[in-house]
Design a protein around this ligand. Structure first.
Ligand SMILES: Cc1cc2nc3c(=O)[nH]c(=O)nc-3n(C[C@H](O)[C@H](O)[C@H](O)COP(=O)(O)OP(=O)(O)OC[C@H]3O[C@@H](n4cnc5c(N)ncnc54)[C@H](O)[C@@H]3O)c2cc1C
Length: 405
């Protein structure tokens, strides 16, 4: 095995999927995460996973962790349901209608799960406790023909053969690796919160409890989105056979609600950034106050502390220069609005794919440059195809700003 030492910046879903993959193949990996701990800030609740995310989880996780993943993933009906503003059902769209039949790599096109983001992140972190370092914010890196050095805001540094920027939408690695690659505001403000299951189930249509996602919107394209997470097995119970130290935080079943639309229908992200949970919940309810009562009741039934502001960005598809010893993964290169629920799926898909490519390098079957070129070609082809599709559907459903030509 040739000596590969991989530095990953960002312990999000993409960076951790890659770290799990490298761990399984015995490649030296270290992850540097800016946040002080995994629960430092609200990151969201429900995530829709499709074949890309589920296949990646299967590939990168050791069997005992994949079993926890399966035990906690809510298998949904493969539909997105469109509601009227009185929350009656207008139509149920098979998900393939949204994403097209011909997506490469979708070998389980009808497999869909809603998972709890925190639970998924804990599963991806399990077993990596010794290689994930929290409180390490990357400031810059210096690449040379022999390797790459990463420099952190606390004055620490690290040296490796490859640096992977899995550091999300505002990637510090992207600023250096691909300064021409733009990530732009999608023009949408949104407020995201969580309803306890018992409260939700009497207020939302049955489809919102079973389908991938359910959405109502008005003539302004202001929308209310709903998505359920019903754990087949409670996370703590599912994880009870894992090694000590990998216990899961428990969660009850819930339904997420998200209210969003063009910035002009909200007080402004600047003003909203200063608001706490309950104030945001009130703004969300106010934004849809003209709708029949049921919609505001749904927002009002949310847990006030759970509401937070979501800023939506999208990458502008571009090309990458020839690969060096620095590459990008997940939202750092292909951020998209959540209209298709695919960003995390792609981050995990590319964590698994990059892991596979690096195994070939470690085994001496290919060189680092060739492995990265093959990975980056897939990212700029399939990855950006999905970004364009998310922007197209985002324009239709919520008046997202079109991608620049
Ligand atoms: C409301 C909403 C709903 C969504 N729903 C879905 C869904 O249903 N399905 C789906 O597939 N996708 C969904 N997404 C998209 C999904 O959340 C992202 O695509 C996914 O989290 C990307 O993973 P990532 O690992 O690339 O980035 P992230 O999860 O953002 O992780 C990046 C990590 O890097 C860290 N970091 C940043 N800068 C630095 C630095 N300088 N140094 C060190 N660390 C740093 C961050 O703290 C973070 O932990 C949704 C997004 C939103 C906003």
């Amino acid at each position: 095995m040739s000596e590969l030492k991989v530095l990953i910046v960002g312990a999000g879903l993409g960076g951790l999927a890659l770290a799990q993959s490298l761990r399984r193949t015995g490649i030296d990996v270290t992850v540097f995460e800016r946040d002080a701990d995994p629960w430092d800030r609200p990151q969201g609740y429900r995530l829709h996973l499709d074949a890309d995310g589920i296949n990646a989880a299967h590939e990168v996780l050791p069997p005992e962790l994949y079993a926890v993943f399966q035990a906690t993933a809510h298998r949904t009906e493969p539909f997105t349901t469109i509601l009227k503003t009185d929350l009656s059902v207008l139509k149920r769209l098979p998900t393939r209608d949204d994403t097209g039949d011909a997506w490469p790599g979708r070998d389980q096109a009808d497999v869909h799960a809603n998972v709890d983001r925190g639970t998924l992140r804990q599963i991806l972190l399990a077993g990596l406790e010794d290689v994930v370092h929290f409180g390490k914010k990357l400031e810059r890196y210096v690449s040379d023909p022999d390797g790459v050095s990463a420099y952190f805001s606390d004055g620490a540094s690290a040296r490796g053969t490859l640096l992977v920027g899995a550091d999300g939408t505002r990637s510090a690695v992207r600023r250096q690796r691909a300064p021409h690659a733009e990530t732009v505001d999608a023009g949408i403000s949104a407020i995201y919160g969580r309803l306890p299951w018992q409260a939700a189930k009497s207020l939302v249509p049955a489809e919102a409890l079973t389908d991938i996602f359910t959405i109502a919107s008005d003539e302004r394209k202001v929308f209310l989105g709903l998505g359920a997470v019903r754990f087949p097995t409670p996370p703590a119970q599912a994880a009870q056979h894992l090694a000590p130290g990998t216990a899961m935080r428990d969660h009850d079943d819930y339904v997420v609600c998200i209210v969003g639309g063009r910035h002009r229908f909200f007080p402004g992200d600047g003003a909203m950034r200063a608001c706490a949970g309950e104030e945001l919940q009130k703004i969300a309810a106010e934004t849809i106050r003209e709708w029949p009562d049921g919609a505001a009741d749904v927002v009002g039934a949310g847990d006030p502390a759970s509401f937070f502001l979501v800023e939506m960005h999208t990458s502008v598809p571009t090309m990458l220069d020839s690969p060096t010893n620095v590459t990008l993964l997940g939202d750092a290169i292909h951020a998209m609005t959540p209209t298709l629920g695919r960003g995390a799926n792609l981050a995990m898909r590319y964590g698994a794919l990059l892991g596979r490519q690096l195994k070939k390098v470690a085994d001496g079957r290919t060189g680092l440059g060739q492995a990265l070129a093959s990975y980056e070609d897939d990212v700029t082809d399939y990855g950006f195809t999905v970004v364009r599709e998310a922007a197209r559907i985002g324009e239709q459903r919520m008046a997202q700003t079109p991608l620049p030509e």
